[in-house]
Each structure stands twice: as structure tokens, then as C-alpha cells.
Design a protein around this ligand. Sequence first.
Ligand code: ADP
Ligand code: 5GP
Length: 193
Amino acid sequence: MTQNQNNNSRLIVISGPSGVGKSTICKQIVEKTGAWLSVSATTRLIGEGELDGREYIFLTREKFDARLKNGEFLEHAEVFGNLYGTPWPEVKQALDRNRIVLLEIDVQGALAAKKIYTDAVLIFILPPRHGDLKERIENRGRGEDDATANKRLGHASNETAQARQHYDHMVTNDKLDHAVEEIIQIINAKTGE
Ligand code: ADP
Ligand code: 5GP
């Protein structure tokens, strides 16, 4: 097998509206391909059922700012009033080890990452119907209020429009297995595995 020397093509970015199924999809891709999923840092409060270091590295604003100043993020963005950032040392190490690296980040962050890693593959996940998002956000059981859920829904249309312009692939998450398979095929085509 020829080794793909171009590490840039191993950076796979998954974005999509809240509740569309990004975490569920990423988890399955990790299980099925051995890809390495980056754990982002965030200043948002830890939600029900979440663990520090698993879903996110939960930081105070001060700690986040200190890491940012230190150049420790590949990209960072403010989403719904909280900061999110991709830890650069860990991502670099995984790419150096020739791992397929998955980032689950928002559209602003994805476009920033693509400026640095021009061969990064940007994949946007769409819901089969817009109305499905509300139901999925509620089913997630993070205990959010209606206002927060509605804010997330409003943001979705904006991000989708941007993604249609700039992303490499749009994948509809209707049947979970199909969406996962479609993304694995995109990854394989890009990395030559
Ligand atoms: P995100 O990470 O995009 O916010 P999650 O992965 O947390 O979304 O998924 C939100 C909810 O939708 C979860 O309850 C998940 O089990 C469910 N879900 C994910 N994919 C599907 C699908 N294809 N069909 C129905 N429900 C789904
Ligand atoms: P949530 O708080 O619902 O898990 O995530 C909110 C949004 O932040 C999602 O769109 C998610 O993709 C995005 N996000 C998570 N981590 C990062 C990150 O490291 N960088 C950027 N730019 N966005 C992120």
C-alpha cells in the first residue's frame, strides 16, 4: 500500500447545526475507522451527562485566554457567547502520527482551519427536515431551556448557507448508518485507504 505523505488531506472537519447528529456520527466514524477525534476546549458550562475531557475540556475564560495567548489553538471561535478552540499540539501530534484527524467544529472555525490546512476536507451535515432539529436537540437531554434551543435553531440556517458556498461535501443525516457510510467513503477517497 502506498503511504499518503500529504498529511493535510487527513484533516476532516465535520460541521452542522446543533442536534443534527455530529457527535453520534463522529463516534461511529472513530469506531469504524480508528480516526482520532479532537476534543475541543470551551468556556461553556458543562451539560448534563457530559464529562470534562471527554466531550470538551471545560475551561474558565481566564484559562482559555491564557492558552489562546500562548498559541495553543489551531482555530477558535465564539459560538452562542462561549469560546471554543481546537487544541493545536494534540492535533499536530495525531497528524504527525499519520492518523485521520476529525474535528467537530463550527463553520467559522472550519473556514479558519482550511486557511491553514488548505487540503482539509470540510463536510457539513444536514437534517432531513429542518423540523427534525428541534426534536433531536430536546432528545439530547442536556436540559437546555427553549430560548437556548431556539437560538441554536436560528443559527442553523445561517451556517447552512455559508457551508453551501464553501464546504466540500454536504451529507444528509437521515438514516444514521447511511450518513456514516457516506462520510467514510469521502474519507477513504481522500486519503487513499
Ligand atoms: P450534535 O452533536 O450535532 O448536536 P447529537 O449527535 O448529539 O447532535 O444528536 C442529537 C440527537 O439526535 C441524539 O439524541 C441522537 O441520538 C439523535 N440522532 C442522531 N442521528 C440521528 C438519525 N440519523 N436519526 C434520528 N436521530 C438521530
Ligand atoms: P455544543 O456546545 O452544542 O457542543 O457546540 C456548539 C457549537 O460549537 C457546535 O457548532 C460545535 O461544532 C462548535 N464547536 C465545538 N468545538 C469547537 C471548536 O473547537 N472550534 C469551533 N470553532 N467550534 C467548535
